[in-house]
Design a protein around this ligand. Structure first.
Ligand code: GLA
Length: 394
């Protein structure tokens, strides 16, 4: 056994020992699925736009073993007890617990003609739930890859991402776009996933800004995407697309729009989406030429647009972004993910991480009486089956 375990190895070990404790025998394999941070391109995936997420060094690990009796048993180290159901009852939709994500993926796989077996699964995760870092997409992806590895067959990663997205729609009630599931499944180490959500094709974009890192600051305000605000924004965008007779807002440029025909909500939504698409393309260009200052400015503008036009930020995220943006060595900072809480992401020079983090913590503590958790990440690889399981188990 290695003397010093990496974060992911330590989690793997917790998953394997947790599995044995819960079920009384060892797991057969494990899947490691990362969370994601979106660098820019927010609330545009369901508008056919361009997004730029990275997989992060926070993981969900699912250890599994097949069963011969057609029963599914799910356990985790964050909740007591087991969820247990036969394959014949997997489609039930009344659960409010995390088994609904697993069920959604199982139903999708079976519907696509993949044969399923019963299984035991034990889950551990370091992706904060409600942190806007795609803990649910990681669970969906892990479930999909685990079931495929247990014998269901092979599936293209983007196809699996779409299946997981449908699980989120039907089993969690969130009409999300494709970004989170695609990021968790398709990201490559040291790259951002430049995904065109209209053609559903992507380019792996190198993240090689020497000396610069991604700092993630979690506001600790649990976001609730299913609460209806997310769906409301999506519906408003779709209504505007109809007015302009386009398939999605991605087809519009700023100059195409006669804002006078729109009500306030529609005007703000369309302005955010159209300008965010322009900003995302701008960040890709800036990163390609190493222009950190421009990339950072666009991140700041993205935050302002999400706060003022799309209105999906919250005071805690605004405080984090504004404080970070003022710090020496911070190129830019914005909220990331669906919003209404969750996390912010900052592009920070490595030498400034300590001082920037301390300044954000101090400003936040002065206002809210607590310190937001934060961590630095580099872009890591998407979900993998059995990354270091055998090594640790031996
Ligand atoms: C959530 C959704 C994504 C995306 C983001 C906002 O994370 O799951 O599909 O819409 O919000 O960019």
């Amino acid at each position: 056994m290695p003397t010093s375990l990496s974060h992911s190895q330590e989690l793997s070990q917790r998953a394997t020992t947790g599995f044995e404790r819960a079920f009384g025998y060892p797991a057969l394999l494990s899947v490691r699925a990362p969370g994601r941070v979106n660098v820019i391109g927010e609330h545009v995936d369901y508008n056919g736009g361009w997004v730029l997420p990275a997989a992060i060094e926070r993981y969900l690990i699912m250890a599994v073993r097949p069963r011969k009796d057609g029963v599914v048993r799910l356990a985790s180290d964050s909740q007591a007890g087991l969820e247990e159901f036969p394959l014949t009852a997997m489609a039930r939709r009344d659960s409010r617990n995390w088994d609904r994500y697993v069920r959604g993926v199982m139903v999708g796989l079976e519907g696509a003609g993949y044969p399923l077996v019963g299984f035991d699964a034990f889950v551990v995760s370091s992706i904060p739930v409600g942190g806007g870092l795609s803990s649910s997409a990681a669970l969906e992806a892990a479930t999909g890859l685990a079931l495929l590895a247990l014998g269901a067959g092979k599936m293209d990663r983007l196809q699996l991402a779409r299946l997981c997205q449908r699980a989120e729609h039907t089993y969690a009630g969130v009409p999300c776009g494709l970004m989170d599931q695609a990021a968790v499944l398709c990201c490559e180490e040291n790259h951002l996933l430049y995904l065109d959500c209209s053609t559903e094709t992507y380019v792996q974009t190198p993240f090689r800004l020497f000396g610069w890192s991604l700092l993630i600051i979690n506001s600790g305000v649990a976001h609730e995407l299913a609460s209806g605000e997310y769906a409301k924004r999506r519906a408003a965008c779709e209504a505007v697309a109809k007015i302009f007779k386009v398939k999605s807002l991605r087809e519009l440029q700023s100059t195409d729009i006669d804002y006078s025909s729109l009500d306030d909500l529609s005007r703000r939504c369309v302005r955010h989406v159209v300008t965010e698409n322009e900003r995302t393309r701008g960040v890709v260009q800036a990163l390609a030429s190493g222009d950190v200052a421009t990339a950072g400015r666009l991140l700041n503008e993205s935050h302002a647009s999400l706060r003022d036009d799309y209105r999906v930020s919250c005071p805690e995220l605004d405080l984090i972004a504004a404080t970070a943006q003022r710090q020496e060595g911070v190129a830019g900072c914005r909220m990331t993910g669906g919003g209404f809480g969750g996390s912010a992401v900052a592009l920070v020079h490595t030498a400034a991480i300590k001082t920037a983090t301390a300044a954000i913590a101090a400003a936040f503590a002065a206002q809210y009486g607590r310190i937001p958790s934060s961590f630095v990440t580099r872009p890591v690889a998407g979900a993998t089956v059995n990354p270091d399981f055998r090594e640790i188990a031996s």
